[in-house]
Design a protein around this ligand. Structure first.
Ligand code: GDP
Ligand code: IMO
Ligand code: MG
Length: 425
């Protein structure tokens, strides 16, 4: 059983927790897109871990973790993350962490270009994580990227690095941005390459042989469907395909091998960075922030918050082919008198079931809400569906109807154990 776990909104849906829950029965955990822009939180045995590049399966003994070809890897960040995990007692070896030889490398110059481009956009900026993600995927598409395979031979690496730093400095000069010091970049990347070399391999046969042998592969999506470069709120998106298809192109595992697709969603909606957010609501944002919730795992920025957007989720369920939704943070709504779900958008005199493509149209959209009664009860101690309040169960059911995809599990707290499986009707 090979399963894709995909963020269905704008990221930070709680993918880390859901993946961790499913890892127990998996053999391989694979990241296939994004980079250190991701921040996945897992709380296990009272310890909090935030993972950026390393697949969450590393927290379970005996699992093989793969960083696929579709990921963009900042080697220094990866080494730092490995050190952070090792300091917390996590074992990382060339046997349990494999890195695709075809994955592209994020260099310090990519972070500089990211920052310079954001600055140049002024009040139109995307609000990127400034991790160099866009410029690295741009290099890949321009066919000038450096890949992990270039790390194998240090002499070759030195040459390709020197060449790319030179052209990047020309680009930075055009952006009126300070140049990168070639020696500093070279030293940092060469040192990280020494640490990572033993983990680099052709991961495509590894995964396909495992699939053929009946092993279970779990794909850890990063970001969320509405940040997808094709289907998201373009241009306010990330630079990879965060949707289901990205798991196949980003790992070399064919669609014929995928058995199940799970869409992770919050019981409400959040977004980090700029861009459309039709159901954004200042009151629910103040409420959630007041509870100490919804601060970014990577940047610490307060996340923008709003009600469930059924239009976004319906579209997301469609282009990802979700079999079921994994809803998290249901406990975040425990104290609400009423709860709203947006079922459609009103755009002028039109009613939209699916999101528009044009940014100007997004700006004209207003949410059409349905209001449900709250449950005003603590759900965090509930361990089974039967124990949840009736209004809470009614909300979960209605959510599934609006989205057009059933909710298969709900989260009532951040811990590994705080997940409740929803029985089939
Ligand atoms: P990811 O990027 O999708 O893995 O999500 P993040 O880790 O960035 O953000 C999700 C946040 O929600 C983290 O702080 C998690 O610990 C937390 N979380 C996940 N599921 C639940 C849940 O069911 N209840 C509560 N209270 N917190 C949750
Ligand atoms: P996880 O995996 C939330 C957002 C940024 C910005 C846009 C583009 O933790 O869900 P980028 O740095 O990728 O060029 O920024 O995408 N973004 C995320 N938002 N969660 C993430 O990852 C994100 N990764 C990128 O905030 O709006
Ligand atoms: Mg996150």
């Amino acid at each position: 059983m090979n399963t894709l776990v995909i963020g269905s909104q704008w990221g930070d849906e709680g993918k880390g927790k859901v993946i961790d829950f499913l890892t127990e029965t998996a053999d391989y955990v694979v990241r296939s897109q994004g980079g250190s822009n991701a921040g996945h939180t897992v709380i296990a045995h009272g310890q909090k871990y935030v993972l950026h590049l390393v697949p969450s399966g590393i927290l379970w003994p005996g699992k093989v973790n793969v960083i696929g070809n579709g990921v963009v890897i900042n080697p220094t960040s990866l080494v730092e993350e490995m050190t952070y995990l090792r300091n917390l007692g996590v074992s990382i070896t060339p046997e349990n962490l494999l890195i695709s030889d075809r994955a592209h490398v994020v260099l310090p110059i990519h972070k500089e270009i990211d920052a310079a481009q954001e600055e140049a956009l002024g009040d139109q900026k995307i609000g990127t994580t400034k991790q160099g993600i866009g410029p690295t995927y741009a290099d890949k598409a321009r066919r000038i990227g450096i890949r992990m395979v270039d790390f194998i031979d240090p002499e070759r690496l030195k040459k390709v690095l020197e060449a790319r730093i030179k052209t990047a400095n020309e680009e930075l000069a055009r952006l009126n941005w300070p140049k990168a010091d070639p020696a500093v970049t070279l030293d940092a990347v060469m040192a990280a390459a020494d640490e990572l070399r033993a983990h680099i391999t052709n991961t495509v046969p590894v995964l396909n042989k495992a699939a053929k042998a009946g092993k279970t592969i779990l794909f850890e999506g990063a970001q969320g469907a509405m940040l997808d470069i094709d289907f998201g709120t373009y241009p306010f998106v990330t630079s990879s395909n965060t949707s289901a298809g990205g798991c196949c192109t980003g790992s070399g595992v064919a669609p014929t091998r995928i058995d199940k697709v799970i869409g992770v969603c919050k019981a409400y909606t959040t977004r980090v960075g700029a861009g459309p957010f039709v159901t954004e609501d200042a009151e629910i944002a103040d409420y959630l922030h007041g509870l100490g919730r919804e601060f970014g795992a990577t940047t610490g920025r307060p996340r923008r918050c709003g009600w469930t957007d059924g239009v976004v989720l319906r579209f997301s369920a469609m282009f990802n082919g979700f079999d079921e939704m994994a809803m998290t943070n249901l406990d975040g709504l425990d104290d609400r008198d009423t709860i709203k779900i947006c079922t459609a958008y009103k755009m002028g005199d039109q009613v939209l079931e699916y999101p528009p493509a044009l940014m100007e149209d997004w700006d004209k959209c207003e949410p059409i809400y349905e209001t449900l009664p709250g449950w005003k009860q603590d759900t965090t101690k509930c361990t089974s569906w039967d124990q949840l309040p009736e209004n809470c169960k009614a909300y979960v059911k209605r959510f599934g109807e609006v989205v057009g995809c059933p909710v298969g599990s709900v989260g009532v707290g951040p811990d590994r154990e705080q997940t409740i499986v929803v029985p089939h009707d």
